[in-house]
Every structure is written in structure tokens, then in C-alpha cells.
Design a protein. Structure first.
Length: 179
């Protein structure tokens, strides 16, 4: 069993639901995945001990998810940078980091997307549907942008991103943020 990048996206979504998880079809619709992809992601997360049994459904093991996001995801899923393109800002160029870190004169990192309005350098999202799903869900967007800062940011960006990510993983207030 090996985790796939979309498993991280599904885990972030599951954090929002807590023990009130909707059917796989609804999660799939919100993430632009198939229900079978969501089901397989949940199975892999369970095998990796990133989910713990719950009633009525298993829930993310926040301590394990935090450890993986802070220390493992950058090695398991390193980003690819590309050419200048139009897309959705990520990393330091997206909130919550954008208001705290100056990007300087260099183009910002963006997930390539025709739905994006920012010109920057291409930064590979964890999964191809991330830009569309993130534009519909503020919490998902913020957490994935923070993960990208951890995956490829400078030291200061990573430190701030780690603090912000921990706050979002453990605060019910942050988990209820939706567009």
C-alpha cells in the first residue's frame, strides 16, 4: 500500500466533516473526484493509520495527519515547478500567508488553471482537481496552500505555514470555513 497525492486532499476534506461525514458521492463531487477514488483514498488512509475508528465513521487521526503533513508530504510528493502560466495562487501567494509574507518581484507560484486569474510560475498541485475544488472551499484552499508552502517554501514560509496549518487542524472554527 502506498499513499497517493489525492489521499491528502481527501484527508483534508475529511477533517472538515469530523464524525458527520457525508456519502462518498458527495465528497467526490466536492473534490471533483469519482466516488471510487474517494473510497480508495479512505482505504489507503486507514491502512496508513491516518484514520481512527469512530461511530458512525472513522475520523482523521489528527496527530498522525499533522505529523505526515508537516514532515512527510514534502518528501512523498515533491512539487514540480514549470513555466509562467495563468492559475490559482498557492504557497506564500495565497492566504493565510499572502498577508504575512512579501513575495518580492518574482512571479508567484500558481496551480495551472483556466479558472485562475493570476500569472505566475506553474506549481504542481497535489492532484489535478485541486484548483477547482479549492476555489469552492476556503478551508481546503488555505490548507492546501499551506501544505504547498511546506512542500517548497523558504525557511520562514515553512515556519509560518506550519503554525497556520496546526491551527487549522486543531481548531473547529477553521474547519467550518467554506466559500
Amino acid at each position: 500500500m502506498q499513499l497517493k497525492p489525492q489521499d491528502v486532499v481527501v484527508l483534508i476534506k475529511l477533517l472538515q466533516y469530523g464524525d458527520k461525514r457525508p456519502p462518498y458521492a458527495q465528497i467526490a463531487d466536492e473534490l471533483y473526484l469519482s466516488a471510487s477514488e474517494v473510497h480508495a483514498a479512505v482505504q489507503r488512509a486507514r491502512q496508513a493509520r491516518l484514520l481512527i475508528p469512530g461511530d458512525p465513521v472513522e475520523v482523521p487521526n489528527k496527530a498522525a495527519v499533522e505529523e505526515f503533513l508537516l514532515h512527510g508530504v514534502k518528501y512523498a510528493f515533491p512539487p514540480e515547478r514549470g513555466q509562467l502560466t495563468r492559475g490559482v495562487p498557492t504557497g506564500y501567494a495565497a492566504e493565510p500567508l499572502k498577508s504575512r509574507i512579501s513575495g518580492g518581484n518574482e512571479p508567484p507560484p500558481v496551480w495551472p488553471s483556466t479558472d485562475g486569474k493570476t500569472r505566475g510560475y506553474s506549481f504542481s498541485p497535489l492532484y489535478k482537481t485541486v484548483p477547482r475544488a479549492a476555489l469552492r472551499d476556503r478551508y481546503l484552499y488555505e490548507v492546501l496552500a499551506l501544505i504547498d508552502a511546506i512542500r517548497d517554501g523558504r525557511s520562514r514560509e515553512r515556519q509560518i505555514a506550519e503554525q497556520e496549518l496546526k491551527a487549522r487542524l486543531h481548531s473547529p472554527r477553521h474547519a467550518t470555513l467554506q466559500h
